[in-house]
Design a protein around this ligand. Structure first.
Ligand SMILES: O=C(O)CCC(=O)C(=O)O
Length: 257
């Protein structure tokens, strides 16, 4: 199964429309891929909190329409990352997954909002639903950035059957070591494949970490981006998950469930 993680550079001189257009063109080179993953609030820019209200959209707005059409055109599962969703009076950090026919098959509202040097906790309402969705590729769990620090979220996803963990992020470079560790450990401890997409570039005084990655259920990093905008491409074998779970049945040996 061919997978790609699109590591988008965020700069302050690019508008949402420009970035959506540019990233749309990057996706056009991914014909033949089965699953494509994008980062967190990449169109507005995660750290552009002053733009959240004005650039927020309903769940069936232009952002999801654009990437539903893109998934259909590519014939791929597309985890379009997150955007600022408006529902009533509330804003959410909402990520969306489309199937190869362009249907939105899941949306996940970030549960653990980031409050350290970030206005997210003041502006955004937290989600309250753990999301795992059945796909032709396997059962997929969705998570967003700071969620990576909370192992219980991923364990709940595994309890719901997750085999493939998708993580959309805007993780700063200054905590890159944590990012790298969490990517490997969440895959390893849950015996899942994990695909993350992080933003790159310098925005609002924060240098974003890049290093989007694909990690197998043994904890091996199969592919990783560097610090620049790039597309991380590799292949994964979901049969390996069942094999590892059967031959090294750590998940069956849990006592404190
Ligand atoms: O946990 C971290 O260090 C970064 C989290 C973050 O940037 C986010 O949740 O957007």
């Amino acid at each position: 199964m061919k997978v790609a993680s699109v590591q988008v550079e965020i700069s302050d001189d690019e508008s949402k429309a420009q970035r959506m257009h540019r990233v749309g063109a990057m996706l056009d080179e991914l014909e033949g891929y089965d699953l494509i993953v994008l980062p967190e609030i990449w169109a507005t820019g995660y750290f552009s909190f002053d733009r959240y209200e004005e650039e927020s959209e309903p769940i069936d707005g232009p952002f999801t329409e654009t990437f539903s059409a893109k998934a259909k055109a590519l014939g791929a599962y597309l985890f379009a990352g997150s955007f600022v969703e408006k529902d009533g009076e509330n804003l959410y950090n909402t990520s969306v997954l489309f199937d190869p026919q362009g249907h939105r098959i899941a949306n996940y509202r970030k549960i653990h909002l980031f409050r350290y040097g970030s206005d997210e906790g003041k502006l955004v309402t937290r989600g309250d639903e753990v999301v795992v969705v059945e796909t032709k590729l396997g059962k997929v769990g969705l998570a967003t950035c700071y969620d990576l620090r909370f192992p219980e979220l991923f364990r709940k996803q595994v309890d719901l059957g997750a085999e493939l963990l998708l993580v959309t992020s805007a993780w700063p470079h200054r905590r890159l070591m944590h990012w790298n560790l969490f990517n490997q450990v969440r895959a390893l401890e849950n015996q899942c494949c994990l695909i993350s997409s992080n933003c790159a570039g310098m925005t609002r005084g924060t240098f974003l970490g890049g290093h989007s990655q694909v990690v197998d259920p043994w904890g091996t990093v199969l592919a990783s981006g560097g610090e620049q905008e790039t597309i991380v491409k590799t292949e994964i074998d979901l049969k390996q998950i069942q094999h590892i779970r059967e031959t090294f049945p750590q998940l069956k040996h849990r006592i404190l469930t």
